[in-house]
Structure formats: structure tokens, C-alpha cells
Ligand binder design. Structure first.
Ligand SMILES: [Zn+2]
Length: 206
């Protein structure tokens, strides 16, 4: 296959990028300085070594000597609260807003109405079990799961599936969703800090 086409196709597999944009990227790269291309290629090649996934919240973070990420390691965060997001970028947006002080779990996707997509169901249930029965003495037991999903039909559908998964725990857990303030169809990642703060403080049982 033609080299330009092959790279364009590889780029077109990125979320939100189609074949035409893939081609635009290739032509952009062709006009960029060779050093820039080399640096980009090296950054991509080293992603696997330089980034690790937190076994507790599942987020990706730049490798450190620590085996878990700094949000999970922080003893000042509230273990009674576990907030579920679709993707790492949503977690970053919430951290930028700076009001949430509980724990996180990254679902790693959403479920579509047509049955596509996947979320980390097994890992989520393990995380919840561990937080309901902590083996660290003195650790506060989980009380509330906050569904911080996008206000889209996929977000709703994913929330329904999580409610179904958490049915056996309903006697011990409150499940809440973000309050109004997030416009319909808006994605967490692109919401401003004020909107996220309002949505968090107005969260309601659901
Ligand atoms: Zn973590």
C-alpha cells in the first residue's frame, strides 16, 4: 500500500478522526521539519514504557516509582466517595475544577444503544468490593458512587448498566448523578470549572 495512504489510515483510527483528516495530518507532517516527526515518533514509541496504568482507578499516568497513581495514594482524599468517569480526560477536567476530594474510577469507555463499546465492569466491581471491605485498618468504607457521565444518550445508557451492576450493593451504597448545569449533550471533558463545581454540589440520588 502507498505509504501516505497507510499512515492516513492509521491516523483515521483515532477517536473523532476520519479518513480526510487522517490525510490532512499526513500532509501536515510532510511539511513539518524532520526533527518534529522524529520527536513525535519517539514519543509514540515510548508511550508503553513511560506511562503506566493505575491498578486501582485504572487511569494512565507518567511512570513513577509508585505502583499506584497519586490520587489513589493521597491519604487526604475521602474514601467514602467514588466518582466514575468515562475517560482520563474527564478526570483531568474534574481535577482542574478542584472541588472533588473523593476517589476515582475510570470506566474506559461508554456503552452505545446499539450494543457497541465496553466499560471495565470486572475492575469496577473489584474496586467497589475492596472499598466496601477495606483491608487497610481505619480506612473509611465506601458510601456513595457518583456517576459523572456525559449528558448524552450513551452516558445515560452506561449509567443504566452501572446501576444494574450495582444492584447487589444498593443496601450499602448511595448512587448519585451529577446535578443540572451540564447542558444536554455536553461532555465533561469540555465543561468549564464553574459548571463542573455546580454539577458536583447539586448531585442527586438516582
Ligand atoms: Zn489511581
Amino acid at each position: 500500500m502507498d505509504h501516505i495512504d497507510e499512515l492516513a489510515r492509521a491516523l483515521a483510527r483515532f477517536p473523532g478522526i476520519g479518513p480526510r483528516q487522517g490525510k490532512r495530518f499526513v500532509y501536515h507532517l510532510l511539511t513539518a521539519p524532520a526533527a518534529e516527526r522524529t520527536k513525535l515518533a519517539a514519543l509514540i514509541a515510548s508511550l508503553g514504557n513511560e506511562v503506566q496504568q493505575c491498578p486501582i482507578c485504572q487511569r494512565f499516568y507518567t511512570s513513577t516509582s509508585a505502583s499506584i497513581c497519586h490520587y489513589c495514594a493521597d491519604p487526604r482524599r475521602d474514601d467514602a466517595l467514588l466518582l466514575l468517569v468515562e475517560k482520563d480526560q474527564d478526570l483531568s477536567a474534574l481535577e482542574r475544577a478542584g472541588t472533588y476530594r473523593g476517589r476515582y474510577f475510570v470506566l474506559g469507555g461508554v456503552l452505545t444503544l446499539s450494543g457497541k463499546g465496553s466499560i471495565r465492569e470486572k475492575e469496577l466491581l473489584q474496586a467497589i468490593e475492596k472499598r466496601l471491605h477495606p483491608d487497610t485498618p481505619g480506612q473509611v468504607v465506601l458510601k456513595e458512587v457518583v456517576l459523572a457521565l456525559s449528558a448524552t444518550s450513551e452516558g445515560e445508557h452506561t449509567a443504566d448498566r452501572i446501576r444494574q451492576l450495582l444492584t447487589p450493593y444498593r443496601d450499602h451504597l448511595t448512587i448519585s448523578t451529577l446535578g443540572r448545569g451540564l447542558a444536554t449533550g455536553s461532555e465533561l471533558e469540555y465543561s468549564d470549572a464553574e459548571t463542573l463545581r455546580a454539577a458536583l454540589s447539586n448531585r442527586r440520588e438516582a
